[in-house]
Write a protein that binds this ligand. Structure first.
Ligand SMILES: CC(C)(COP(=O)(O)OP(=O)(O)OC[C@H]1O[C@@H](n2cnc3c(N)ncnc32)[C@H](O)[C@@H]1OP(=O)(O)O)[C@@H](O)C(=O)NCCC(=O)NCCSC(=O)CCS(=O)O
Ligand SMILES: Cc1cc2nc3c(=O)[nH]c(=O)nc-3n(C[C@H](O)[C@H](O)[C@H](O)COP(=O)(O)OP(=O)(O)OC[C@H]3O[C@@H](n4cnc5c(N)ncnc54)[C@H](O)[C@@H]3O)c2cc1C
Length: 413
């Protein structure tokens, strides 16, 4: 289905599909079984130009759009979820943040890493600051010409394999004054204070390490601080704005896994016979397939629209509300689609000999990681109403005293 893609975009999609079929699909089950990061695939991805695609040409990339990345991610996800997430993080998230806000030196360093196959890690979540990310307690204290970071992050994708780390931390000046939240870069192997504490035991995506990181007097020199363009006080706002690109990528992985499961379901519906007929002749399954494809088409269109969009004030990143809606819809639809595809296979779907059970496990994370479907609904509601919707018990009243001039409510009136 073309869905408004150009000839070049369709050619890229076809190239990614060919790569996925020949390089990625053959190792997907083994990556899941062994729980090992697929370094051989990473090497091939980099050689084929699928890492660092979105890096501008001036830094050695292809200057590809987020939509280009989306097209590639879907094809990889149909075959292997781990590979698709590598393509997300090697083109969106931290790398796109550095490319938008970083210094020349930072851009060159980050570009060289992803072009060589690194999948940067983005470090936001803490044990006591998940959805409530701005409650983070990882601190960066100014000491001379550097910051010294202390704290912990958990559920960090790529912990122990990623080189480049973009760490969100609350910064304090030499007098201990709170500056706001900023982004700090560290490269594993060159930063003694960056330590992996443990690996999480995950339901799916088992070849992608999720881990807890500790920062113990991690020194970050000034030239490794990503200065938010609006300044420290709105640092979190700028950084999470850049993160909208990764939300589109994560939604695309979910959609791609579901699309892969759907392809298996269609083939099986034609091939498996019961009652002397292909099971695809039963209307109960025909309607199941129709619902699956309807949800896939809607997910794709929402993700394409979000990838093509730009946020307010000339933002280099997707519109926050479109990115959130696309991720909510695609991630929730993927759980239903993958589950239905497994159901359609009967007992065979439940077997580890087919990829369906893996796909069900793999796609479950996307309503959680990257901002939960609940938290993203609050973001969407906030945009609809034109109100700030702080979630702390006293926050709403403090920020929006009824009738006060300049409050969120008044702003919308
Ligand atoms: C944003 C939240 C952390 C809520 O926190 P707060 O209530 O403390 O903050 P807000 O006042 O809502 O927001 C602060 C500031 O940021 C702006 N903002 C918020 N979200 C966006 C956005 N998506 N795009 C652009 N700007 C945004 C907001 O307007 C405020 O700006 P002003 O100060 O008013 O100017 C919470 O809603 C949230 O997002 N929690 C989820 C945290 C999350 O997504 N974590 C992801 C971790 S990485 C990961 O999971 C990787 C997995 S993957 O699959 O790749
Ligand atoms: C596979 C995976 C990979 C991840 N990768 C990364 C990564 O690379 N980097 C990183 O920084 N983080 C990562 N995360 C962490 C992820 O961003 C968080 O799990 C997520 O933001 C939710 O935080 P939490 O798990 O602490 O849940 P909590 O915030 O504790 O939420 C628990 C439940 O309460 C709900 N809830 C919380 N607040 C509200 C509210 N205000 N309104 C309605 N419902 C609410 C949530 O939706 C959820 O259902 C990853 C997570 C997973 C599962």
């Amino acid at each position: 289905m073309p869905l408004g893609l150009t000839t070049e975009e369709r050619a890229l999609q076809a190239r990614a599909a060919e790569f996925a079929a020949t390089v990625v699909r053959p190792q997907a089950a083994e990556t899941d079984r062994s729980e090992q990061y697929p370094w051989d695939v990473v090497k091939a991805l980099a050689a084929a130009g699928f890492t660092g695609m979105t890096v501008p040409r001036a830094y050695g990339g292809q200057g590809a759009s987020f939509l280009d990345a989306v097209l590639v991610i879907e094809e990889m996800a149909k075959a292997c979820t781990v590979t698709a997430r590598i393509v997300v993080e090697a083109n969106m998230g931290a790398i796109s943040t550095v490319m938008a806000y970083g210094s020349e030196r930072q851009k060159r360093m980050a570009a060289d890493l992803v072009l060589a196959g690194d999948k940067p890690a983005i470090c936001i979540t803490e044990p006591d600051a998940g959805s409530d990310a701005t409650a983070m307690t990882t601190r960066a204290d100014r000491v001379g010409d550097r910051f010294v970071l202390n704290g912990r992050k958990h559920w960090i994708t790529g912990a122990g394999v990623s080189k480049l780390h973009l760490i969100f931390a609350r910064a304090f000046d030499e007098k201990g004054r709170n500056l706001g939240i900023g982004g700090f870069l560290a490269v594993r192997g060159e930063a003694p204070g960056l330590k992996m504490v443990r690996r999480e035991q995950t339901m799916g995506l088992r070849g992608m390490p999720e881990g807890e990181l500790a920062f113990e007097d991690l020194e970050v020199a000034d030239d490794m601080v990503v200065m938010p363009p609006s300044g420290w006080a709105r640092g979190f706002g700028d950084l999470i704005n850049a993160y909208n690109s990764q939300r589109v990528g994560a939604g695309t992985v979910a959609m791609g896994v579901a699309a892969g499961a759907f392809e298996h379901a269609v083939a099986f519906a034609k091939e498996r016979e019961q009652f002397g007929r292909p099971i695809g002749e039963f209307q109960g399954l025909q309607w199941m397939l129709a619902d699956m494809q309807t949800q896939l088409t809607a997910s794709r269109l929402m993700l394409y629209a979000a990838a093509r969009s730009r946020g307010p004030n000339g933002s280099a990143f997707p519109d926050p509300a479109l990115a959130a809606q696309a991720k909510i819809f695609a991630s929730e639809a993927a759980v239903r689609i993958a589950n239905d595809a497994l159901q359609l296979h009967g007992a065979r779907g439940y077997s580890r000999e087919l990829p369906l059970e893996r796909m069900v496990r793999d796609c479950r994370m996307f309503t959680i990681g990257g901002g939960t479907a609940q938290v993203l609904r609050t973001l969407v509601a906030s945009k609809i109403l034109g109100w700030k919707l702080p979630q702390t018990r006293d926050g709403y009243v403090r920020n929006n005293p009824p009738g006060a001039a300049g409050s969120g409510r008044d702003a919308a009136e």
